[in-house]
Design a protein around this ligand. Structure first.
Ligand code: FEO
Length: 172
């Protein structure tokens, strides 16, 4: 059985993952409108992943005798300026999510809930991969600069850049 404090903290993370899914969906739609099909595809897939992160938490909370709450979400912005700025925002957002996962893991230790501590290790590993992926993409964007050919290739290939290739061998 989850403690009330941990249940609340897990519900907060459910909201963060749901909002992340909306943020990336909004980025996908913006990119599609700009004719950046590859980047849009990357963001649509990323949005789906965040929904999966959310669902995993929803099911866990309910399985442990808590009540997973589906709440109002903050509306994401709809204009991202340039795709370079958009990927910087993606990186900053993932750093924020990593911090919230860290805070959540801290609560499991305070509450001595080692089952939830164990469950959250998947998220800890996932955040390492997501940050590495975002950093790899930012490095590539810096290399391209304003080169139109480079941008064309980046848009074509961005969906092939996976978290695994960014992070190297999985730490299993
Ligand atoms: Fe679910 Fe990208 O963090």
């Amino acid at each position: 059985m989850l403690s009330k404090k941990l249940e609340k903290a897990l519900n907060n993370q459910i909201q963060i993952e749901a909002e992340s899914s909306q943020v990336y969906l909004s980025m996908a739609s913006w990119a599609e409108n700009q004719g950046l099909e590859g980047i849009a595809g990357f963001m649509y897939a990323h949005s789906d992943e965040e929904r999966m992160h959310m669902l995993k938490l929803v099911k866990y909370v309910n399985e442990r005798g808590g009540h997973a709450l589906i709440s109002d979400l903050k509306a994401p912005k709809t204009d991202f300026g340039t795709f370079q700025k958009m990927f910087q925002e993606l990186y900053d957002h993932e750093v924020f999510v990593s911090q919230s996962i860290n805070d959540l893991v801290h609560v499991t230790l305070e509450e001595k809930d080692y089952a939830t501590h164990n469950f959250l290790q998947w998220y800890v590993a996932e955040q390492i991969e997501e940050e590495a992926l975002a950093r790899t993409i930012l490095d590539k964007i810096n290399l391209i600069g304003n080169d139109k050919g480079g941008l064309y290739l980046f848009d074509r290939d961005v969906q092939q850049i996976t978290a695994d290739s960014a992070a190297g061998p999985a730490p299993m």
